[in-house]
Design a protein around this ligand. Structure first.
Ligand SMILES: [Zn+2]
Length: 200
């Protein structure tokens, strides 16, 4: 399997195309939360919410080949096999339980969509899937999916627009909170995005 490394600017351009392909207002309009679940479905990818592991260790998984996936049946407390078709993103249902997880849920969706966009050719036919595991070692593929996921959820043109609109009279902490609210991402994800672009 050959790893292709995309430069950051290339990933920003891919994000812009993906966003504008769905709705150019997401890039050029007023800053707002990106409808990531609808965008995934617009790529012809099905979203399924299941308990992927008993302990919540896998947050999301992109399926490139049809098959059976083990999912956890909370009621009967056992793993069962769930049929999936190629082009499915599985999201851990635990992320839907609390409002506090909205940022993680959305980031997981964006990360998995990024795998679909960047790595479909690498994985299809291999029987492997791209899983987002908590605290996993950061391989190049994972770093790239995180970078593209961030660029989709926090379009750079919108981040700059929102930053200059909101920064007057706010301390950094308040600015991060308010911007995280606008884009419906975690404070941590927003802080990283702003720092990477030297806005903080
Ligand atoms: Zn991943």
């Amino acid at each position: 399997m050959t790893n292709i490394y995309y430069q950051e600017q290339v990933l920003e351009n891919i994000a812009r195309k993906v966003l504008c392909g769905y709705d150019s207002a997401l890039y050029y309009g007023s800053p707002a939360a990106v409808p990531i679940e609808e965008m995934i479905e617009a790529h012809g990818v099905s979203l399924e919410y299941q308990y992927l592991r008993k302990n919540g260790r896998i947050l999301g998984k992109t399926i490139f080949d049809e098959g059976l996936e083990a999912v956890y049946d909370m009621e009967n407390r056992e793993y069962t096999l769930f049929p999936v078709r190629a082009g499915t993103i599985l999201i851990d249902a635990s992320l839907c339980e609390e409002d506090a997880s909205t940022g993680r849920l959305r980031f997981t969706c964006a990360h998995e969509l990024a795998h679909w966009i960047l790595h479909k050719k690498l994985y299809t036919g291999t029987g492997r899937s791209a899983a987002m595991i908590t605290e996993q070692s950061e391989t190049i593929l994972e770093i790239q999916a995180n970078m593209l996921g961030s660029a989709i959820l926090m379009p750079i043109a919108q981040i700059k627009r929102c930053f200059y609109q909101l920064r007057g009279g706010r301390q950094d902490g308040q600015l991060i909170d308010d911007m995280a609210d606008v884009f419906q991402v975690s404070r941590q994800a927003m802080r990283i995005r702003l720092t990477n672009h030297r806005l903080l």
